[in-house]
Design a protein around this ligand. Sequence first.
Ligand SMILES: [Zn+2]
Length: 143
Amino acid sequence: MLRIPHTLYHDLRQHGEATYPHECCGILLGQVDGDTRTVEEVVRCGNTRADSPHNRYHIAPQELIAAQRRARETGADIIGFYHSHPDHPPQWSPTDFAEAHWIGCSYLITSVEKGTAWVTNSFALCGTVEENKRFEGEEIQKL
Ligand SMILES: [Zn+2]
């Protein structure tokens, strides 16, 4: 389960509206307790993938490192990632799955229909290693 304050939930959805018709992406910092992740901070990232920004997202290594440092400073962890699907359903794509490597993290996808954030789904990346990883839909609990 992913627990997230209303304001942060709104923030990550609004990010998808701001970058429309391109995808947005970002990192979630917070706390982990078993299978429950609680978001404390949303870190917006630039969409640095130039080839096809409307249906591919990519977080630059520098942004990931900065987020890791930020997490360490605040006693948090990287607990998830989010991106948007402009005019596409909020379901993970084969590319999303192939590029997901953070087992134990949540991956949020927001569909943005004609510029308006619509549905946000969260998928936990389960398993133990790259070879048996899988996405499982999880509940989003707004705080
Ligand atoms: Zn995607």
